[in-house]
Structures are given as structure tokens and as C-alpha cells.
Design a protein. Structure first.
Lengths: 275, 314
């Protein structure tokens, strides 16, 4: 759950600079090229984190996206405050700053010939944490998919459950998975796309139970944090531990797909659903 | 003395002990004095236990003297046939599963297994299950569904095991799949948090139609220590985090996350394990009786609605 420390907003570091420094190989890339290359490093193929609206633009046909439930904002069931002050203030400031109502946006849109329901998490929103608003938006999106018999596509990016909503956040894991079980019963496709990072309570709920699990290269995927594991077992962990590639080798990810190919991959994959 | 909050009781206990010795030597007044002090001790214990802070309850919930699932299976149940293994990788001793009977009530008992001794705790990995533990639990639940047996799950874990091999074998996938499959299981599920309800590792067997907690149990998204070290950047602020996280049985009842609280005798489950197990037994019998009246389709629909309603504030 150490996502608070690891939050790196590259745009904030070099807001108007001409150069983008690759967070992985530290190469200096022209900003124009970085954007044109959809935030993938042309030198080392590092897939940088992306905002949820950028992802929608990348995957959904222009002009076809219809957003659901953007009135659902964070609640504060515990009246929670920590060393930095009230959670309610922090959450409201995040909504205002990012212009999204929660750590996920949901809606329907077209991918080629198929109308799909899609949910995209955003790591910039309190570490993409899963809380009541997130769970509710995902559940409502799945229910929409069932009502209109659409495939459901979930893009995860999260440090896990949001501590500030305590047990209510934990219960969102059960809530979202109950929704997935309804998709299963309805015989509708569930495609899970894991993006960097997908850890903690999100990995241990809906992210790894797709009909097909897809990940971007290099994505961090894991249940427990690296440091916690090292402290528990008192061993150094392999370098590729908890990467998308590691998960694929161990049988939990079906395919690693580069960002530039993701939409055509999805279009092709969805064509295999005959009815 | 087990806990700091019990310190005021120590002096009384000491006095009673001395008086008992005198009484044993034939001092009649000592015996009546001891009886008086016992009443006083009982009253003071009750007062202390009724005003415990959340952090005190964390200590109680983790007390090694609380009944473990091994004791529930042997002492509370009239019969127990353990089943072993997930049929894929191996048998996880941190998760106990088996056919259980209390009187005429038969059910599948599933739960995290902490040890009653240090040696057992090492053998059972302190109740921290690996993926094969969660998969064994799911296998037991499907078996129960097939045999039309209700399921009782007992939650008592600090969390799913954070290990290299646990990750390699898909700890996250195992828990996620349990959450999905439990939601659709066509047999009643009664969940009782008996001690520590530690995050996803607890939830992985806790998608119940009814969720109960023992009075001094706790259930949380993260340990108070973990939360304190992240949000306060200071692990010693755990008592504050415990309060802020709302993790006690009364907190969770108020938040409507649980359906009931099973009372513990004054002095806590660790002081009176037999009486505690009697209370749990009564709760199992009465709740299963009610749940078994509900048809399978209503059960799963109600279960879905129950979880869908948690966190619906807007």
C-alpha cells in the first residue's frame, strides 16, 4: 500500500519543458515525440502512466463515448482524518484538480463494430484507490453491460483499497466481484486490462479474473508490496518479480500488448465472440 | 496480566490470592472477604471491558488464548471430518476445511487456522494462508453446494501471506476468484469473524449471507500499524489509526457491514474460551436455521443486493 510515496506525476515535474525525461531509462525525448508516441519511450519501450481520458481516446472510436455517473464523487463514511487533515477536503481537491469524479470513469463506446462498456481507473486519483464511489461506478457499469448485453472492458491502475474509507473500501472488492459474477452468469465477455500499477485490493478482486487478462509491457502487478515481502521472507526478490512478464510466465496474464496495438488487439479479440 | 488496561485489576487479584491462602489455612473471615473482593473484581472487569479503546480490542483480537478454529472444530462441534488440499498444488495448513456437525446441524466449516502453541503457529504459518489455502476453501464451498450443505466460515488472520511463492502462485487471483465465486454460490454462507479480520486475506472467505463478529474481534482494510506508517508516517500512531479506521464490532454494525455481534463473556474470549464457544455455537445454529429456509435463487440475489448496497452513499 505504499502508493502514496511512489506517486510520480511526470507532467508536474516538467510542466512546459520541451524535453521529457523517460522515468525508466532517463533518456531525454522531445515532448512532441513523447506525446506522439503515446507516452511510450522510443528508446526503451517504457510505458508511462496515463490519465483515464487519454486512455478512452486511445481505445474508443472518436465521438462515441458516453460517460456514466459522473455525479458519483468520494464519500466520507468514517469522517476520516489523518496527519495531513480531513480526507473529505483532500478528496474534493482531487476531484477539482483532475476533473474526474472518482478514481474510475465509466461509460459506453464503440471499438470498431462493437459497442462495449468500459471502466478506466486513473492512478493520479489518490493512487487509483478503490473506494465506495469507485466500486459503485464499476457495479453500475457492469449492470449496464448486462442490461444491454455488451462486453465489459476494465482497465485497472491502482495501489489498492483506499484506507480513508476503511472497511467500506475493503467491501468494494466483494461488491465489484459480485458484479463480475453476474457478467459470468449472463455469458458476457469480461476483458481485464492491467496497467501500471495494479496492486493490492484491486489485483485481489476484479483485475485478475477476466475471461482474458491483458497487460501493458512492464506493468507492476502484485498482491503484497515488494518491501513487505522482502521483510517477511528476508530474501532479495528477482528483478522481474511482479511484472506483467512474470505474471504471464506464471500463468495469470494471457497476453502482453503494447499500447499502440491495444485497440486493434481488442477489436480482433472481440470478433471471436460469435453470439 | 495480559494487557495494560488490566493493570488496575492486578492489585485486587493479588489480594484475593492471599486471602484464599489464608482461607485454605482455616481463616473463616478471610474466605468471606475473598468472596467480597471477587464480586468487586468482576464489577471492575466488566467496567474496564465495556470502555475499551479500539486499540485495546486489537490486542484482544490477537490474543493467542482466544479459541482457534482447531478448538471450535474439536470442542464446539460434535463431529468433524477434515478435508485436505486444493487438488492442484497442495494442502495449506493455514486454512482448515471439513465436514462439521453440531447436534443434527451439518455444515461445511472453513476458516483460517492459527495455532494454540508456538510450534503449531509455525506449522500453520500463523494463520496466513497461501493461494492453495484460498483454493482449498473454494473447493470445499463448491463441495458444500453440491451436497446441499450450508457453509460456515471463520475469519481469523492478520492477512494473506505476503511471500514470493504466494505471489508466484497467484495470491491475488486466488482471492479475487473466491470473491466472484462466493457471490454466486448456491448454498447459505454464514461468516463469523472470531479474531483478526485482516484485509483481503480475511475477505477471501468472508462473502457471507450473514456476517457476524465476536464482540472483541476486529475487521479492517489494513492493520492499524500499516495505516499509521503510511498515513501518519509513524507506526507508533497505530492506536490513533485503529480509532480512525472504525474496526470494532460495534463500528461495523453501525456501518451496516456486519449483521450481528456475538457477545463474549466479561473478561474476553481468551479468559473464557468454553463459554465463548457456547455463544458461537448458538449463533451458528440459529442463523443456519434461518438461512436454510431461503431458496438458492433468493439467497444469491439477496447476497448480491447486500454487497451492492455497501458504499452506496450518493
Amino acid at each position: 500500500m505504499g502508493w502514496f510515496e511512489k506517486k510520480v506525476d511526470t507532467e508536474a515535474i516538467v510542466p512546459d519543458a520541451i524535453w521529457q525525461v523517460c522515468p525508466s531509462c532517463k533518456a531525454h525525448i522531445m515532448k512532441d515525440e513523447w506525446v506522439k508516441n503515446i507516452k511510450v519511450c522510443p528508446k526503451c519501450n517504457y510505458h508511462d502512466r496515463m490519465g483515464c481520458r487519454e486512455r478512452i481516446k486511445l481505445l474508443i472510436d472518436d465521438g462515441t463515448f458516453r460517460e456514466f455517473n459522473d455525479h458519483i464523487v468520494p464519500s466520507d463514511p468514517l469522517n476520516f482524518s489523518d496527519a495531513k487533515g480531513p480526507y473529505a477536503e483532500k478528496a474534493a481537491a482531487t476531484v477539482k484538480k483532475l476533473g474526474i469524479s472518482e478514481s474510475v470513469i465509466t461509460g459506453s463506446g464503440n471499438i470498431g463494430n462493437t459497442r462495449v462498456v468500459i471502466a478506466v481507473m486513473d492512478f493520479r486519483f489518490l493512487g487509483g484507490s478503490l473506494a465506495s464511489g469507485t466500486g459503485e461506478k464499476i457495479l453500475l457499469a457492469v449492470e449496464h453491460a448486462i442490461r444491454f448485453k455488451r462486453p465489459f472492458i476494465m482497465l485497472s491502475a491502482s495501489g489498492g483499497a483506499r484506507m480513508h474509507e476503511g472497511i467500506i473500501s475493503l467491501m468494494q472488492m466483494a461488491k465489484t466481484c459480485a458484479a463480475v459474477s453476474k457478467l459470468e452468469k449472463a455469458g458476457l465477455p469480461y476483458i481485464s486490462i492491467l496497467t501500471d500499477p495494479t496492486t493490492g485490493g484491486v489485483s485481489a478482486s476484479f483485475a485478475l479474473i477476466g475471461d482474458v487478462n491483458i497487460a501493458e509491457p512492464g506493468t507492476l502487478i502484485g498482491f503484497a508490496g515488494r518491501r513487505v515481502i522482502e521483510q517477511t521472507i528476508k530474501q532479495k526478490l528477482p528483478k522481474d518479480f511482479q511484472t506483467a512478464e512474470y505474471l504471464k510466465t506464471h500463468g495469470f496474464v494471457d497476453h502482453i500488448v503494447e499500447r499502440k496495438n491495444m485497440k486493434s488487439f481488442l477489436e480482433n479479440l472481440l470478433s471471436y465472440r460469435l453470439k | 496480566m495480559d494487557f495494560d488496561f488490566e493493570a488496575p485489576l492486578e492489585e485486587l487479584k493479588e489480594k484475593i490470592k492471599l486471602l484464599d491462602e489464608k482461607a485454605a489455612a482455616g481463616d473463616a473471615t478471610a474466605s468471606s472477604k475473598a468472596a467480597q473482593l471477587r464480586k468487586k473484581l468482576e464489577a471492575q472487569t466488566a467496567r474496564i471491558y465495556s470502555t475499551l479503546e479500539p486499540w485495546d480490542k486489537v490486542q484482544l483480537a490477537r490474543h493467542p488464548g482466544r479459541p482457534t478454529i482447531t478448538r471450535y472444530s474439536k470442542e464446539m462441534c460434535d463431529d468433524f471430518i477434515e478435508i485436505h488440499g486444493d487438488r492442484v498444488f497442495g494442502d495449506d495448513p493455514a486454512m482448515l476445511c471439513g465436514f462439521a456437525r453440531i447436534g443434527d446441524q451439518r455444515f461445511m466449516l472453513i476458516g483460517h487456522r492459527k495455532g494454540d502453541t508456538v510450534e503449531q503457529n509455525i506449522e500453520y504459518n500463523f494463520g496466513m494462508a497461501n493461494p492453495e489455502g484460498y483454493r482449498k476453501a473454494m473447493r470445499a464451498m463448491h463441495l458444500a453446494e453440491k451436497w446441499h450443505l450450508p457453509v460456515v466460515t471463520m475469519v481469523d488472520t492478520s492477512g494473506a501471506f505476503p511471500g514470493l511463492e504466494a505471489e508466484a502462485r497467484g495470491q491475488a487471483e486466488a482471492i479475487g476468484r473466491n470473491l466472484m465465486e462466493m457471490a454466486a454460490l448456491e448454498t447459505p454462507i454464514l461468516t463469523i469473524v472470531t479474531g483478526e479480520g485482516g484485509s483481503g486475506g480475511a475477505l477471501g472467505i468472508a462473502v457471507g449471507d450473514r456476517i457476524l463478529m465476536l464482540e472483541n474481534a476486529v475487521y479492517s482494510v489494513i492493520s492499524p500499524e500499516g495505516c499509521a506508517s503510511i498515513l501518519w508516517r509513524d507506526g507508533t500512531k497505530a492506536p490513533e489509526a485503529a480509532k480512525a479506521l472504525h474496526i470494532t464490532s460495534s463500528d461495523l454494525a453501525e456501518l451496516k457491514v456486519i449483521d450481528g455481534i456475538i457477545p463474549e463473556p466479561v473478561g474476553g474470549a481468551h479468559s473464557h474460551p468454553e463459554a465463548t464457544m457456547e455463544n458461537v455455537k448458538a449463533a451458528i445454529i440459529s442463523n443456519l436455521k434461518e438461512l436454510e429456509k431461503v431458496s438458492a435463487s433468493h439467497l444469491t440475489e439477496n447476497r448480491y443486493k447486500k454487497f451492492a448496497a455497501i458504499g452506496r452513499f450518493n
